[in-house]
Design a binder for this molecule. Structure first.
Ligand code: ATP
Ligand code: MG
Length: 721
C-alpha cells in the first residue's frame, strides 16, 4: 500500500523506477496487464511533487475511470496533505475544469450543465412529445447513439453551430427539420443550448475549439501543465489525442502508459495506433518495457497467454509471472444457464467457507442481461452481492431527483425544475407544466422565473406552486455557507422527498440516497472544505456507479468494460458462449479480435483464482449456444475441467466458429455507397439509401414501391442510378 511506503522508489522494479525518474520529455511505457503501469504512474506523480517540488496544480494526470481518479486523488491528498491535488481526472472531467474557467470564451456561463444520459432522455421526452414521435420511431438509446455518431463522425463541426447560433436560429432549424434524425438532432441541440448544457462529446469539442480560437487561453493551459501523464493510453480516441497534443505543446513533458492487448474501445472511436506510433509522432520518445506480472498466478498467466496469442494482429509479448503458484484455472460446462449460476453460487459458498471474503469475489460478464440468472441463484444461496453496472448508480431515479434539487438551487435551470417540481406531488401535472413552458417561451423567461411571474395566475390555484418557490428560496439561503452534505440533507428533508419514499416503503431507494450522502462526504474529504455545490455537481455528473463507495462484504458483479484497470482476488468469468462472449453483434474479423482482447482483459483481472463457465441453451436471439471460441482457444492442458466438455459439443462449436469466421470475412466489406444515393435492387426496384447501419453491415433503403424501409446487406450488389 501507499501509506506505509516511506521511500517512493522502494517497491518498484528497475523499469518502474526508470519510468518514475525519467520525468522530462516524451516517455512511453509499453507493458502487459498487471505489470505495474498504473503503480508506476501514481508513484511518478508523487515523485514529481515530493522529490522535484512540482506543484500538484501543474500536473495533469488522466485516468480512464472516475474510480481510478478518486483513488489517486486521495493518495496524493494523503501524501502532500494539500487540498490542491491538481488535475487528476478523466479526459471529460478535466475538460469540465477547462470550461469552468474559460467557457466565457464561447459565450457559455460558468454554470453550464454537464448532461448525462438521464438528462438527455428528459430532453428527448420533450422533443418526442412536441413532434409526435414515439419510442417505436426510435428508442432513447438509439437516439443518443445517433447523436454520438453524428457528433463524432457525420457532423464533426456541429459544435460550431451550437456555439455560434443564437437560440432562435437553433429553434428555427429544429422547427424546419423534416427527417426524424434531423428533428431529434436539432431538437436536442436546441434543448442543450437552452440550458447551457454540454454532453460528454461537447466537453472535449468545446475545449478544443477554445484552444484553437483563443491563443491566450491555450497558452495559459499549456504553460500551467508542466507534466502530463496518461493511463490506459491504448484506448485514447482522436479528439482526446488532439487535446493532449495541444496541452503538452509548451513543456513537452508527456508520459503515457498502455497495453496494446487491452484496446477494447475501438467501437467507440479509440485506436491502439496512437500508442504504437507514439514514438514517430513524438521524436525522441523513450520507451520503457515492463515484463513481470505482479498480479496473477503463473496458472492464470499461462491461460491468458494461450488465449491472446490466437489474435493475429498483435505484437508478441508474454506475461512473465512473479507470483507463487496457485490453483489451476477452473472451467465448468453447464447444461443450462440456471445450472451454471447454481454451480457458481456453490463455488462461492465453498470459497467463503474456506475463509475468502465475498468482497474478494467478482463475477464478470460481457452483457448486462446475464446477471438475471446469476442474481436468482445468489439470492437463493443467500450470498450478498452488488451490481456495479446495469442501471448506473447516478442514473437511478432517486439519485437524479436529489441531484436535480441541488442543481435547481445552484442554477435555477429548466431541466431540473421540470424534473422535481411535482416530486413529491404538488398537483403540478402535465397541463400546468405545459402552461409553464409556454409562458416561459412567450416571455423569454426560465421556467423558474415564469413560475414566479405567473404565480397570481388562476392556473396555480389548488397547487403548491407558491410553497415550491418558497422552498427553493429557503434552501438557496441555507445553502450559502453550508457544506454540500448539509445542503443535501436539508433538501431531502424539507422537500418532503425522503418522507415520500418512506410512505411508499421504498427502502432500496432510501438506501441509495444514504449512499449518495456518503459519497458526498467522501468527496468533501478528498477535496477539502472549499468544495462548493457547483464543483460537486460537475463532479457528480461525470460519475458512474463504480464510484459509489465501498459496498461492504459482497460479491461484485460487473461487465468486463467496467472492470478495466481493476484487479480482484477471485474472478468468475461467466456465460463464455458464442453469441454472448464473443457478442452476437460482432461483425468483422477486427471486431472479433477486439472481443478476444476483451476476454483477455477479463481474465487478467484475476489475482489468485480464475473460474470460466458456459452453459448450453438458447441465446436471446434464439440461436443455439456453443461454448465460446475463447475457451477452445486455450490449451486444454492448462484448464481444470469440472467435467470433460462433451466431444460432440466441441465439434459442433468448432464447426460453428468456422462458419462464423467465413461469414465475418464476407461481411467485412465496407459500404461503397452513401446516404442519399439512388440505387436499383434486383427485386425491389429503385430506392434511396436513407441510412447506413454499420453495425448490421447494411444499407437502410426506402424503395419507391415499398411502404416500409428495408435493410440490405453491403455485400449485395446494388446498381447506382
Ligand atoms: P493493467 O494493465 O491491468 O491496468 P497495470 O500494468 O496497471 O495493469 P498495476 O495495477 O499497476 O498494473 O499493478 C498490478 C498489481 O501489481 C498491483 O496490485 C500492484 O500493486 C502490484 N505491483 C506493481 N508493481 C509492483 C512491484 N514492483 N512489486 C510488487 N507489486 C507490484
Ligand atoms: Mg493499470
Amino acid at each position: 500500500g501507499w501509506d506505509e511506503e516511506q521511500d517512493l522508489l522502494a517497491g518498484l522494479n528497475d523499469a518502474q523506477r526508470e519510468a518514475v525518474t525519467t520525468t522530462e520529455g516524451f516517455v512511453r511505457v509499453l507493458a502487459g496487464a498487471g505489470s505495474g503501469k498504473t503503480r508506476a504512474l501514481t508513484h511518478r506523480f508523487a515523485y514529481l511533487v515530493e522529490e522535484l517540488g512540482i506543484l500538484p496544480g501543474n500536473i495533469l494526470c488522466v485516468t480512464f475511470t472516475n474510480k481510478a481518479a478518486t483513488e489517486m486523488r486521495s493518495r496524493i491528498h494523503a501524501l502532500t496533505g494539500d487540498n490542491d491535488t491538481g488535475y487528476i481526472n478523466t479526459f471529460h472531467g478535466f475538460c469540465v475544469s477547462i470550461l469552468q474557467e474559460d467557457s466565457h470564451a464561447v459565450g457559455y456561463p460558468k454554470s453550464f450543465l454537464v448532461l448525462d444520459n438521464a438528462d438527455i432522455d428528459d430532453m428527448l421526452a420533450k422533443i418526442y412529445e412536441e413532434r409526435g414521435l414515439t419510442l417505436r420511431d426510435m428508442t432513447y438509446g438509439q437516439a443518443r447513439d445517433m447523436f454520438e455518431m453524428r457528433k463524432l463522425v457525420q457532423q464533426p463541426d456541429y459544435y460550431k453551430e451550437l456555439i455560434a447560433l443564437p437560440l432562435a436560429s437553433l429553434k428555427e432549424k429544429y422547427d424546419r427539420a423534416q427527417s426524424k434524425q434531423d428533428i431529434l438532432f436539432y431538437g436536442y441541440l436546441y434543448e442543450e443550448k437552452k440550458c447551457f448544457g454540454l454532453d460528454y462529446n461537447d466537453l472535449i469539442k468545446f475545449s478544443l475549439h477554445i484552444f484553437a480560437e483563443h491563443e491566450a487561453i491555450r497558452k495559459k493551459w499549456q504553460q500551467r501543465l508542466e507534466y502530463i501523464m496518461i493511463d490506459e493510453f491504448q484506448d485514447i480516441d482522436e479528439p482526446q489525442y488532439r487535446l493532449m497534443n495541444v496541452l503538452c505543446g509548451w513543456h513537452k513533458n508527456l508520459f503515457v502508459v498502455g497495453d496494446p492487448d487491452q484496446t477494447i474501445y475501438t467501437w467507440r472511436g479509440a485506436s491502439g495506433r496512437y500508442l504504437l506510433d507514439f514514438d514517430t509522432h513524438f521524436p525522441g520518445t523513450k520507451t520503457i518495457f515492463m515484463l513481470e506480472n505482479y498480479r496473477s498466478t503463473p496458472e492464470i498467466l499461462s491461460v491468458v497467454n494461450s488465449l491472446i496469442t490466437k489474435n493475429t494482429s498483435r505484437i508478441e509479448k508474454d506475461l512473465v509471472p512473479v507470483k507463487e503458484h496457485g490453483r489451476k484455472v477452473v472451467c465448468h460446462h453447464a447444461g443450462a444457464a440456471s445450472e451454471e449460476a447454481s454451480w457458481l453460487a456453490g463455488e462461492m459458498a465453498r470459497l467463503h467457507a474456506e475463509g475468502v471474503a465475498y468482497r474478494e469475489m467478482t463475477v464478470l460478464y460481457r452483457a448486462h442481461y446475464i446477471t438475471r440468472s446469476i442474481e436468482e441463484q445468489l439470492l437463493k444461496a443467500e450470498i450478498p452481492y452488488t451490481i456495479y453496472s446495469g442501471v448506473q448508480f447516478f442514473a437511478r431515479r432517486e439519485i437524479k431527483d436529489a441531484l436535480s434539487y441541488l442543481r435547481l438551487l445552484a442554477y435555477r435551470d429548466d431541466l431540473s425544475l421540470l424534473r422535481v417540481v411535482n416530486v413529491p406531488k404538488r398537483n403540478i401535472g402535465q397541463r400546468r407544466r405545459k402552461f409553464l413552458t409556454e409562458y416561459a417561451e412567450e416571455h423569454g423567461l426560465t421556467f423558474y422565473e415564469a413560475m414566479q411571474a405567473s404565480i397570481e395566475d388562476p392556473i396555480w390555484k389548488g397547487t403548491q406552486a407558491r410553497a415550491f418557490l418558497k422552498l427553493v428560496d429557503d434552501l438557496a439561503e441555507v445553502s450559502t455557507g453550508a457544506s454540500v452534505s448539509e445542503v443535501l440533507a436539508e433538501v431531502l428533508d424539507r422537500s418532503g422527498y425522503e418522507a415520500m419514499l418512506r410512505t411508499e416503503g421504498s427502502q432500496a431507494r432510501l438506501d441509495n440516497l444514504a449512499e449518495l450522502k456518503q459519497s458526498v462526504r467522501e468527496y468533501e474529504v478528498s477535496c477539502g472544505e472549499e468544495a462548493g455545490l457547483t464543483d460537486y455537481l460537475a463532479h457528480a455528473a461525470l460519475f458512474t456507479n463504480q464510484d459509489a463507495g465501498d459496498p461492504g462484504d459482497k460479491v461484485r458483479l460487473m461487465t468486463v468494460h467496467t472492470a478495466k484497470g481493476l484487479e480482484f482476488p477471485y474472478v468468475f468469468l461467466v456465460a463464455l458462449n458464442e453469441g454472448v462472449f464473443p457478442s452476437r453483434k460482432t461483425r468483422t474479423p477486427e471486431a472479433m479480435e477486439e472481443e478476444r482482447r476483451l476476454a483477455f482483459v477479463a481474465m487478467t483481472r484475476a489475482e489468485k483464482g480464475l473460474y470460466l463457465s458456459d452453459a448450453e441453451g438458447l441465446n436471446i436471439d434464439g440461436s443455439m449456444r456453443y461454448p465460446s471460441r475463447f475457451i477452445l482457444d486455450i490449451d486444454p492442458a492448462l484448464l481444470d475441467f469440472t467435467a470433460p466438455l462433451p466431444e460432440r459439443l466441441v465439434r459442433a462449436a468448432r464447426d460453428f466458429v468456422r462458419a462464423s469466421a467465413r461469414r465475418l470475412s464476407r461481411q467485412a466489406e465496407p459500404p461503397a455507397l452513401h446516404e442519399g444515393d439512388r440505387v436499383t435492387h434486383r427485386v425491389f426496384g429503385d430506392g434511396t439509401i436513407v441510412a447506413i447501419d454499420h453495425e448490421k453491415g447494411a444499407y437502410v433503403i426506402h424503395f419507391d414501391e415499398l411502404a416500409t424501409n428495408r435493410s440490405i446487406a453491403f455485400r449485395v450488389k446494388l446498381q447506382k442510378i
